[in-house]
Ligand binder design. Structure first.
Ligand code: LRH
Ligand code: MN
Ligand code: MN
Length: 388
């Protein structure tokens, strides 16, 4: 796309959904470093998300994680979001932190445990109804640690049965997003380990089931952009969980470890219609900010995604197609690299100015005094965190 006004329009309409848990305390299994000013409840997490939206203008949706964001009154939480200029995004289920799920949740050998897990997923559909959320996001930690521990294909049958029951409950405007992950916490088999498994289940379920690509959930060296192109072509790419990684599921800021990979992914998104509203790809972040300040880290992640998107939009698609058709390998690669090597920060600054925002959201947020304010105001009470 070479028309600058079309590039700007596309950048203004891309929505990036931020995760409630990205604002809370988090850490590794070794240590959680508490930070001052961290939200004490889901209402305060939304207030922090509203800061990100206020400075970037493109982050009006927030994913919730249940039970981390369990509240008595979901309509009140939804009204609070609306008062802050936000909407509730995906409802993430959590069937990975209950003692009963040690051997699995929906794939557990005991039908009573499977019932409990499926009931939680159905509860998440109720929460979607109460909050107006369009997306049920499912990730299962289910798997085994040792050869022979359980029946691999039997577990697929149990998974399919639970998914079908939940799928049946979805309304016309609701969809199921199935997320895969190679390993962890299970170390031998994982029941939804890759996009192929997720895709096969979604295909069987029907059009309301789509795949989530979490960029941290692959073996090193996996070509994620190929997966993105394939799923978009099949109408089965529902969402991204953006984050970056050096080793495994590091959950670092999107675009921090490998901005070139993020650009290559966004190129496939742009090329295959993934930015168009009808395609309905949900661009979510799924990250934890263990040692850096949370709101600025989310702002940085949003702008990193925007930079990758802007570069992808700037690819001269006509020149690329011509070079590809003539079999000119170096010219085709050159077209892509020209776009990647463009400094898009001035373009994004203009986009923000046109939206009535500061040119540099990161600096504007730091200058606002909010960080100091929340550190003073939010003393006392239990700070919310990953798993709290
Ligand atoms: C699993 C995962 C999944 C969970 C989130 C907290 O690793 O990516 O999306 O819901 O982390
Ligand atoms: Mn994820
Ligand atoms: Mn993950």
């Amino acid at each position: 796309m070479s028309d600058v006004s079309a590039v700007k329009a596309a950048l203004k309409s891309q929505v990036i959904e931020t995760p409630s848990w990205g604002y809370g305390n988090s850490g590794t299994r070794f240590k959680v470093f508490a930070q001052p000013g961290v939200p004490r409840d889901p209402f305060e997490k939304l207030a922090d998300a509203a800061q990100v939206h206020a400075y970037t203008g493109v982050a009006p949706k927030v994913s919730l994680h249940i039970p981390w964001d369990k509240v008595e009154d979901y309509p009140a939480l939804t009204r609070h979001a609306e008062d802050l200029g936000l909407r509730i995004g995906a409802i993430n289920s959590n069937v990975f932190q209950d003692d009963d799920f040690k051997l699995g949740s929906v794939t557990h050998p005991d039908p009573k445990v499977r019932r409990k897990a499926t009931d939680h997923l159905l509860e998440c559909v109720d929460i979607m109804e109460a909050t107006g959320s369009p997306d049920l996001k499912l990730w299962f930690s289910d798997g085994t640690n040792y050869p022979g521990q359980d029946d691999i294909s039997g577990r697929q049958d149990r998974l399919a049965e639970a998914l079908a029951e939940v799928y049946e409950r979805l309304g016309d405007d609701q969809r199921m997003l199935l997320e895969y992950k190679l390993f962890e916490p299970a170390f031998y088999t994982t029941d939804v380990p890759d996009w192929g498994t997720a895709y096969a289940h979604c295909l069987k379920l029907g059009p309301k089931a789509q795949v989530v690509v979490d960029t941290g959930h692959h073996a090193p060296g996996t070509n994620i952009e190929f997966i993105v192109a394939f799923l978009l072509r099949e109408g089965k790419l529902g969402a991204f969980d953006f984050n970056s990684r050096f080793y495994a599921d590091d959950d670092l800021m999107a675009g921090a470890a490998d901005p070139f990979q993020l650009f290559r992914i966004m190129h496939e998104v742009v090329k295959n219609g993934g930015l168009e509203a009808e395609t309905n790809v949900n661009f979510m972040l799924d990250q934890c900010h263990n040692i850096e300040a949370k709101i600025p880290a989310v702002i940085r992640s949003v702008t990193n995604v925007q930079e990758a998107t802007a570069k992808a939009l700037l690819i001269d698609s006509e020149a690329l197609a011509a070079a590809q058709h003539s079999g000119d390998v170096l010219a085709s690669n050159g077209v892509l690299m020209d776009a990647f090597n463009t400094d898009v920060r001035p373009l994004l600054a203009e986009v923000r100015e046109e939206l009535g925002l500061a040119r540099d959201p990161f600096a504007a947020y730091l200058a606002s005094g909010n960080q100091e304010r929340i550190a003073t105001d939010r003393v006392g009470g239990e700070q919310a965190g990953w798993g709290a």
